[in-house]
Design a protein around this ligand. Sequence first.
Ligand SMILES: [Zn+2]
Length: 436
Amino acid sequence: MKMARLMSAAMLLALAAASLCAQEKPSEKPIKAIRFGKLWDGKGKVWSNAVVIVQDGKVRSVTTDASTIPPGAETIDLRRYSGLPGLIDVHTHLTYYTDETPGEPLRNQLTNRPAAVEVFLARKGALRTLEAGVTTVRDLGADQYMDIAMRDLINRGEMIGPRMFVCGYGLYITAAPYKAVWTPPAGGAADGVPEVLRVVRQQIAAGADVIKMYGSTGTDDDVTGFETYTYEEMKAAVDTAHQFGKKIAIHSYGPEGARDAVRAGADSIEHATDMDDGTIQDMAKRGTFYVPTIDHNRYYVDNGDRIGYAPGFKERLLAFIPRNLETTRKAFKAGVKIAMGSDAVYTMYGENTRELGWFVKAGMTPAEALETATGNAARLLGKEKELGAVAPGYFADLVAVEGDPLADINVTLNHVKWVMRGGEIVVDKTLKQSGR
Ligand SMILES: [Zn+2]
């Protein structure tokens, strides 16, 4: 009894000391005021002479009145540049990073490395992704939960990279010719409804944010689009994901897999060329997102020899790209919501936003293209109140570009000068530029 009373007195003292400390400790992170010549806020407004007030990693306010900058705030003057919300790439594979090791085809590197080495090397791709102005990614397929490890390391500040939403293993059927020289990761194999349920649940139990299913053949230099899963299997995956509050992305290179994925209620359709008008109408009606990933085939054309594709890949890929573009044009015209996904793998990190150039070719204005990498992408993630805009309460994810991104999409593709993620500056090329 006496002991207990002593203990509680000591605890009270300790508590009092702790609360004193808390009161005296100044706010750890100073308020920042970022000034832009112009700011496209991702909510349809362009601000001239914008001031973005950032506190604790979030946007506190946006104003044009510099006199409201709180005293003692750290002011970052980017008035030479245009500001954008941090961009979102909804289709990456950050753990499929490869480098320029002489004599080794890029695709072989992925089979030869232990997971720990791959995650360690992937930080380079993550940094290049940030340099492109991409501060958030939805990573759609990894081996051995490397994506979950990476997401958690980035969230803890142990690794610098974009905020990641990850899926663990993508689901695929047995014997799909998924990679010619590469066995699909064993953890994703699922045939029949019961196995689909098990594998979806396993990804969620492991910590996945989203589910990925490969609903057709087609990857790398293989552009076949044969449907692999049945409608019933897709429906089982969709319903299970939704039951746990997760969204699901279904991969289909061809129209049949896309049609069934849409009918099954998938949240987004990845790649999908040649979609018929009925499927496109259905997507517009249901609000299914289309993630065309046109540019990754351009990357494969440019780098196929280094990747290690057999001769003939260029012809196949070059025939596929215009069909992919045409499907995007049709879908956009029909009012389908489109989100930017690069499908960046190998050495493509940093080229993520080139996809936006194709979207302009498909009929979008630069502002509409930017919407696919901000508001639309955030809605696909279910994070439209935190990501994809510069507004009070949103994460302080900001990009400064040189030029007018609403006049020319290439400004966003090629002239990113400065990037902030969650209130921290992660890329700064503003000094290099001035020629001093
Ligand atoms: Zn992919």
